[in-house]
Design a binder for this molecule. Structure first.
Ligand code: R5P
Length: 292
């Protein structure tokens, strides 16, 4: 097995290779004056089981096309097999047609990855597991929630209450509660399909004077976290931490989360950022080892 750390995930790819003790193949990247990407494997990948690590976080279109070029080139260069490690699957939130005429974007992304020639796809805390059934290749969805919960347990949050900011995050928060042990709850929210504005339905939680953690897959604008944090603080929570797997972090998101009363915001290195404190490399390395 050799690891090809794609331009969007060089550090993560190197960490995974180090944990596995396998060789990496450096990728040469150039950007043409018109913005197109030039990708080149700098070593022979013929006959190898090539593991491409390339996230599709923003800028999604650039990272996606580089992923497709990496997969297709590896196949064309006669790799024995191609595994795509894509911790954050771009467009995963666009998986339903809520208004007539809408593209079900994530289905198109899956088709691109499969047509390019990937034999296996590995992702982390995919937005909705229902997406997995649209893959025709071997697919695995790993979870970084235990890594985040264990980190927080070791950093003063043992016994904290876990709050899902919406029903989609309930399973993650149940998982976190198995580690933090302070109980869990769920905030049912509505998002306006046109304006995108989030509103929480009134719910009472037993959090007065207690520490709490809100676990979610993504922090993008920070609005979902803000609603959950304000709800907890209004109900008397002591400290609140916002924890996410994929810190997409649109401009101002960290300030928004901290400004709403969180004392801490953390994420993983699925997406490199200033809050990417916890590494997902160990769970990816373990998944790759299991195949060997
Ligand atoms: C939505 O269902 C997701 O799980 C996240 O809660 C959402 O994408 C976070 O986005 P934002 O930070 O913009 O509210």
């Amino acid at each position: 097995m050799i690891i090809a750390p794609g331009p969007a995930s060089i550090e993560l790819g190197l960490k995974i290779a180090e944990l596995l003790g396998v060789r990496t193949v450096p990728i040469e990247l150039k950007t043409f004056p018109d913005g197109e990407s030039y990708i080149r494997y700098t070593e022979d990948v013929g006959g190898e089981d090539v593991v491409i690590v390339q996230n599709t976080c923003p800028p999604q279109e650039v990272n996606l096309i580089q992923l497709v070029l990496l997969i297709d080139a590896a196949k064309d260069l006669k790799a024995n097999s191609v595994t795509a490690i894509v911790p954050y699957l771009a467009y995963a939130r666009q998986m339903k047609r809520t208004r007539s005429g809408e593209a079900i974007s994530v289905k198109s992304i899956i088709k691109l990855i499969e047509k390019a020639g990937a034999d296996r796809f590995v992702t982390v805390d995919i937005h909705d597991k229902a997406i997995l059934k649209w893959f025709n290749i071997r697919v695995q969805n790993l979870s970084a929630i235990p890594l985040l919960a264990n980190f927080l347990k070791d950093h003063g949050y043992a016994g904290a209450f876990s709050l899902a900011p919406d029903d989609g995050a309930l399973e993650a928060n149940k998982k976190a509660d198995k580690i933090l042990g302070g109980g869990y709850g769920c905030l049912y929210k509505d998002r306006d399909v046109i304006t995108g504005k989030v509103e929480a339905k009134r719910t009472k939680f037993d959090v007065k004077g207690r520490d709490c953690v809100v676990f979610d897959d993504i922090v993008s604008t920070g609005e979902t976290m803000e609603v959950a944090i304000r709800t907890l603080k209004n109900q008397g929570a002591r400290r609140v931490c916002a924890a996410c797997v994929h810190p997409i972090l649109a401009a101002g998101a960290i300030e928004r989360v901290l400004g709403s009363g969180a004392e801490l915001i953390i994420g993983t290195d699925s997406v490199p950022s200033t809050i990417s404190i916890v590494s997902i490399a160990p769970i990816i390395a373990a998944a790759l080892e299991r195949k060997a």
